[in-house]
Design a protein around this ligand. Structure first.
Ligand SMILES: *Cc1c(COP(=O)(O)O)cnc(C)c1O
Length: 224
């Protein structure tokens, strides 16, 4: 068996244990396998093993790998988890099924326009900069409620939930707790939070979606 599939099964077991430990419903957390930097040959065994939900952080890279993979496999659900430029909104809307990184009005408007143009409906998350990091993408916690309102009610985007990437040098727990609290205020049910190092913690804080890359595919040579 491929090492990727073995890693995947082991992550899946830890995920199920974390769900039980948190006294949550079986099946209440989806696993987004983050395949960025890995090529189609490395991804294929996981698709063969039945996995369908994948995450990529660059539109161009994702298009080069997933256009073919999606054409030959039913029910692939592709998440964009990296920053999006509005000039790539057309490509993003045609390729992805879920965009997790909506964080400013310009991009929200571009996505709304493209959806109509392409007659496609995607699902979306609002990225929140819970650590107030100047270099990081995401809306500020204080702006989240009004931004969600704009996206949902004015632009008719199907906003499912909130997403965050906590600061690397901090305990992630308080960031997960803040994201959950903001989602409750916004009446949103889904939370995309937790990566290889902290997905079990995130499940304890209510994550409905965890984004796991290196624990499945191994260490990346280049982290982009
Ligand atoms: C790369 C990436 C991940 C996965 O990170 P790992 O530590 O490899 O699990 C999750 N979320 C985002 C936004 C990423 O860019």
């Amino acid at each position: 068996m491929s090492s990727v599939v073995e890693n995947y099964q082991s992550v899946n077991r830890s995920l199920q244990t974390a769900i039980i430990d948190a006294a949550r419903m079986p099946g209440s957390v989806e696993l987004v396998a983050v395949s960025k930097t890995h090529d189609a040959e490395r991804i294929a065994p996981l698709i063969d093993a039945g996995h369908r939900i994948f995450g990529e952080n660059r539109v161009q890279e994702a298009a080069s790998k997933w256009t073919a993979l999606k054409a030959e496999t039913d029910n692939i659900v592709l998440h964009l988890i990296g920053p999006l430029q509005s000039n790539k909104a057309d490509q993003a809307v045609s390729l992805f099924d879920v965009i997790e990184t909506v964080d400013r009005e310009k991009i929200a408007r571009a996505l709304a326009k493209e959806q109509i143009k392409q007659d496609r409906k995607l699902r979306y998350y609002i990225q929140v900069n819970t650590g107030l990091e100047p270099q990081k993408a995401g809306v500020l916690p204080s702006e989240t409620v009004s931004f969600v309102d704009l996206c949902k009610n004015q632009l008719q985007l199907d906003i499912e939930g909130l997403m965050c990437i906590p600061p690397i040098d901090e305990n992630a727990g308080p960031h997960f707790a803040l994201l959950r609290q903001l989602a409750e205020v916004c009446c949103l049910e889904r939370l995309s939070m937790g990566m290889s190092s902290d997905y079990e913690t995130a499940i304890g804080f209510g994550a409905t979606s965890v984004r796991v890359g290196s624990a499945i595919f191994g260490k990346r040579d280049t982290d982009n």
